[in-house]
Write a protein that binds this ligand. Structure first.
Ligand code: SF4
Ligand code: ZN
Length: 734
C-alpha cells in the first residue's frame, strides 16, 4: 500500500478515535453509564461494532469496550523511515475509524434526537436521513440479495457543480445502484447539489442523503454489515464472514469527490476491509496491485464523465441492463419517483378519470406480437396538464398460456410502468393511477411506449408461458368504460375463486421456501385459507408460480390424511415439512399460535403474540415501530421469533390472513384479537368488518384496542371489559 495513503489513513483514524473518546467522556459525565444509546428501531445495535466485534452497545457504558478495541487496533503513526508493509496496520486503522464513528453518531442521536429524519424520505426542513431502521433494511436490503440492486456507491464530498452531480447520480441510478451520500467538500455537499438540480432524493429513488459529515459513512457500512447478518445468516462477531459476504455479494465502491482529507482516507481504507475499492476524481496516489478487493484498491484522477463506468469496472460488477425501447431510463431505481402537481404533462386514473389495466388471453390467430395501438387521442394531441381516461388491455396468446397466469402478468404492470424514469404509477386493476412528467414528454415518450416496455419486459421475464403479446391503449371514455365492465367481471370471478376456496375441499397445498436463504429451516405451507406470511403469495400465485417454474421454491404439497382439523395438521404436510426443513421439524399446526405454530421468518408482515392477562392475542404490523402490549416492539419480536423456528405464543402472518376464516381458528379465531395498531385496523377495515359480522360480533372492530387505548396489558384490559370483548369470556387461552 502506498505509504502516503497509509500515513494519512492512520493519522485520520487517530483524530477520529480521539474525538470519539472525548465525546464519550462528555456524554458519560452528563448522562451516566446507564443511559440507553443506539440507532432508531433496529435489532442490530450499533451494527458495525455488533457485526465485527459481537459487542451489543445498548448503554453509554457499553461503548467503553468498543473504544478499548479501537485503541488496541490503532497502529502508531507511520514514521519517515518505517520499514514495514503498511497494508495491515492501515486496514486496522480503518476498522477502528468505523467503530469510533458509530460511537460519535450514536452520541449525536442522544444529544440531538431530531438531527436526522429517521424515515425513508427527506422533509421540508431536513434532508439528512441518518441510519436506516430495520423496516428500510428489510425492504431495501433484500434487493441486494435478489439482485434488483447490485450494490451501492458511497459518495463523499461534492461534484464541481450541481449539473455534474445530477449526471453522476442518474448514471448510477440507471445501473440500479444505490447512492449513499455524506461529507462536504468546498462547503458543498452532493445531496444538496442534487436538490439544487431539481432531483428527488430519498430511499425510494435510491439517492440516500445519510448525513452532512464524513462520520455518516458508517451508516453505509453499517447497512452492508446488517445485510450480511440479516440476509446472509451470519452470526454477529463472525467478522471474517461478514467481510467476505460483502466482498463477494455486495458490489459497492467509494467515490470521494474533492480533496481527500486524512479522515476520508481513514474511511476509505476501512472500506477496503469489506472489499470496496476507492475511485477518486483527484490525483491521489493509486494502489493498483490487487489483494483484498477484487481488482485495484484505489484508482485516482478519473474525469467525471468516466467515473461511473470506471468504478463499475474496478469493482468487477457485471451489469446486464436490458434494452427497453423507450426514450428514457428504466429500472427499479426509478420506482419510487414522485411526480407532483405542476410537473405532470398527463394524468390518468387516480379517481379523476376512469382507468383500468387488464391482461387477458386470446387465441393465437387473434394476437399479433409486438403490435401497440392507441385507440383515441395520443399524448401529443393533448395540451400540458391534461387528463385522459385510460384502459391498458394486454392481450396474450401461447400454447402454454392459462387463465391462471393472467393475474401474475397483470401484477407486473404496476412496477414495470413505475420503472420508467418520468412515470409515476400506483394501484392496479380499476384503481390504477398514472402520471407522465413534462420532462418525459419532452424526451419523446408517447402512450404507445407503455406497450413497448410491457412487451419487452414481459417477454423477457415470462416468455416461457406465452408466445405473443399485443397492447391496446384506449383513451376514449366510452371505450374505457366498456373494457372496465369486462375486466370487472373477470376480477370478481378471480376473487371468488380464492375467496370461495376452502382448505377442506382442496387436496394440494403449496410450499414456499424462498426465505430459506436467510431463515434456513423456514417453510411456508400455503393453503387457500392461509396465505404466505410475507403477504406476497397466496395459493393461486403459488400454483401459477409452480407451473411457470416447476423446480422453483413453490412446490405442490399433497395434504394427505387429516391429523387435526381444528389446529390444522395433515400427514402429507408434515412429511413435506420434514424433508424441506432438513429434518428440523416433523410437524406444525397451520391454525394455532399456542400449539406448535408454523415457523416464522423475518419478512412477515405481522407478528401475533398471546396476551395471557387479556385471554387473547395481539398482532402488530412491521410499519408500527412503537411498543406493543406484549412488551416488545416489532423489531424485537422479529429478532426473537423470526429465524425460521416455531415459537409457541408467537406467529408471523400476512395482513390479508388476519381476516381469512382459518386465522388462528384453532385458538378461537378472530374473536381472540384484543389489540392491533390503529394503522393496521384502518388498512384492513372493510374485510375486518365483514368478518366480524360473519362471526356474529359486528362491533368487534370497535372492541379491539389500539395504541390510543394503551400499550400494556394492564392499560387495555379495562377497555376490553367496558366494551364486553368476546375474548374475556372465551375458554382460557393457555
Ligand atoms: Fe415464501 Fe413464506 Fe418467504 Fe413469503 S414468507 S417469500 S411465502 S417463504
Ligand atoms: Zn421470509
Amino acid at each position: 500500500m502506498s505509504k502516503i495513503i497509509a500515513s494519512a489513513a492512520i493519522r485520520g483514524a487517530h483524530k477520529i478515535v480521539d474525538r470519539a473518546g472525548k465525546k464519550w467522556q462528555e456524554a458519560m459525565d452528563k448522562w451516566g453509564a446507564n443511559e440507553p444509546v443506539g440507532f432508531p428501531n433496529t435489532a442490530y445495535y450499533l451494527p458495525i461494532i455488533y457485526g465485527i466485534l459481537g459487542i451489543k452497545v445498548e448503554k453509554l457504558g457499553d461503548m467503553e469496550a468498543a473504544l478499548k478495541r479501537c485503541k488496541s487496533l490503532l497502529p502508531p503513526p507511520v514514521r519517515e523511515n518505517h520499514p514495514l508493509p503498511y497494508l495491515a496496520p492501515a486496514l486496522d486503522a480503518g476498522m477502528a475509524t468505523f467503530f469510533a464513528e458509530e460511537i460519535i453518531e450514536a452520541i449525536r442521536y442522544l444529544e440531538e434526537p431530531d438531527f436526522y429524519t429517521k424515515q425513508e424520505e427527506i422533509t421540508d426542513n431536513n434532508i439528512w436521513l441518518g441510519a436506516a431502521d430495520d423496516v428500510i433494511l428489510r425492504k431495501r436490503g433484500i434487493e441486494f440479495v435478489d439482485g434488483t440492486a447490485p450494490g451501492f456507491a458511497a459518495i463523499c464530498g461534492a461534484a464541481p457543480d450541481a449539473e455534474t452531480a445530477k449526471k453522476i447520480a442518474q448514471e448510477l441510478q440507471a445501473k440500479n445502484l444505490y447512492v449513499f451520500m455524506c461529507a462536504e467538500y468546498d462547503n458543498k455537499r452532493f445531496s444538496e447539489q442534487l436538490i439544487e438540480a431539481g432531483v428527488q432524493i430519498g430511499w425510494p429513488v435510491r439517492l440516500v442523503s445519510y448525513g452532512p459529515d464524513i462520520s455518516a459513512a458508517v451508516f453505509a457500512m453499517g447497512f452492508a454489515t446488517r445485510v450480511a447478518m440479516s440476509f446472509g445468516g451470519i452470526q454477529p462477531g463472525d467478522f471474517r464472514k461478514v467481510l467476505i459476504y460483502n466482498k463477494d455479494r455486495v458490489f459497492s465502491f467509494i467515490l470521494p469527490l474533492g480533496y481527500v482529507t486524512d479522515e476520508w482516507y481513514a474511511n476509505a481504507t476501512g472500506a477496503v476491509n469489506w472489499g470496496f475499492p476507492t475511485i477518486a476524481d483527484t490525483p491521489i496516489p493509486e494502489i493498483l496491485p490487487t489483494g483484498i478487493c477484487t481488482y485495484e484498491h484505489v484508482v485516482s484522477n478519473v474525469p467525471h464523465d468516466k467515473i461511473v463506468p470506471k468504478a463499475i469496472e474496478v469493482r468487477g460488477l457485471k451489469i446486464s441492463v436490458a434494452e427497453i425501447p423507450i426514450p428514457t431510463g428504466f429500472g427499479p431505481a426509478f420506482e419510487g419517483e414522485r411526480i407532483r402537481k405542476g410537473e405532470w404533462y398527463l394524468e390518468c386514473g387516480g379517481g379523476f378519470t376512469p382507468m383500468v389495466e387488464w391482461v387477458t388471453s386470446k387465441r393465437m390467430d387473434e394476437v399479433e406480437d409486438g403490435k401497440f395501438e392507441v385507440i383515441g387521442p395520443e399524448i401529443t394531441d393533448m395540451p400540458p396538464e391534461s387528463r385522459l381516461p385510460l384502459a391498458i388491455a394486454v392481450e396474450v396468446a401461447g400454447r402454454e398460456m392459462e387463465e391462471d397466469y393472467e393475474p401474475i402478468l397483470e401484477r407486473q404492470i404496476h412496477h414495470l410502468i413505475n420503472y420508467t424514469q418520468g412515470c409515476f404509477h400506483n394501484g392496479q386493476r380499476d384503481i390504477a393511477w398514472l402520471r407522465v412528467s413534462k420532462e418525459l414528454y419532452e424526451k419523446g415518450f408517447r402512450l404507445y411506449h407503455i406497450g413497448s416496455l410491457l412487451h419487452a419486459k414481459l417477454h423477457q421475464d415470462f416468455g416461457r408461458i406465452f408466445d405473443k403479446l399485443q397492447v391496446k391503449l384506449y383513451t376514449e371514455e366510452d371505450k374505457v368504460r366498456e373494457i372496465l365492465a369486462k375486466a370487472k367481471a373477470v376480477y370478481a370471478a378471480r376473487d371468488a375463486r380464492i375467496e370461495g376456496m376452502t382448505d377442506e375441499t382442496t387436496d394440494t397445498y403449496y410450499s414456499c421456501t424462498l426465505c430459506q436463504s436467510f431463515a434456513p429451516p423456514h417453510v411456508c405451507v400455503i393453503s387457500p385459507e392461509r396465505t404466505g406470511l410475507c403477504g406476497s403469495y397466496n395459493w393461486m400465485d403459488c400454483k401459477a408460480a409452480y407451473e411457470i417454474n416447476p423446480t422453483g421454491p413453490n412446490q405442490p404439497v399433497p395434504k394427505g390424511e387429516v391429523i387435526d382439523p381444528v389446529l390444522g395438521q395433515w400427514k402429507g404436510v408434515n412429511e413435506f415439512l420434514y424433508k424441506a426443513s432438513r429434518g428440523k421439524f416433523d410437524h406444525y399446526n397451520s391454525y394455532s399460535i399456542i400449539h406448535d405454530p408454523m415457523t416464522t421468518c423475518g419478512c412477515c408482515e405481522c407478528i401475533a403474540a398471546v396476551l395471557p392477562l387479556c385471554n387473547g392475542i395481539m398482532t402488530v404490523n412491521r410499519e408500527f415501530t412503537e411498543m406493543t402490549p406484549c412488551g416488545m416492539k416489532f423489531t424485537t419480536l422479529a429478532g426473537t421469533v423470526g429465524g425460521g423456528v416455531s415459537t409457541p405464543g408467537f406467529v408471523g402472518h400476512g395482513k390479508y390472513n388476519t381476516c381469512q376464516r382459518k386465522f388462528l381458528i384453532g385458538d378461537g379465531g378472530i374473536k381472540r384479537i384484543v389489540w392491533m395498531p390503529k394503522m393496521l385496523k384502518e388498512e384492513i377495515a372493510d374485510r375486518l368488518k365483514a368478518r366480524a359480522i360473519e362471526v356474529g360480533v359486528p362491533d368487534l372492530p370497535d372492541m379491539i384496542a389500539d395504541e390510543t387505548v394503551g400499550t400494556t396489558e394492564e392499560e387495555i384490559l379495562p377497555f376490553l371489559e367496558e366494551k364486553g370483548h368476546p375474548a374475556l369470556t372465551m375458554e382460557p387461552i393457555m
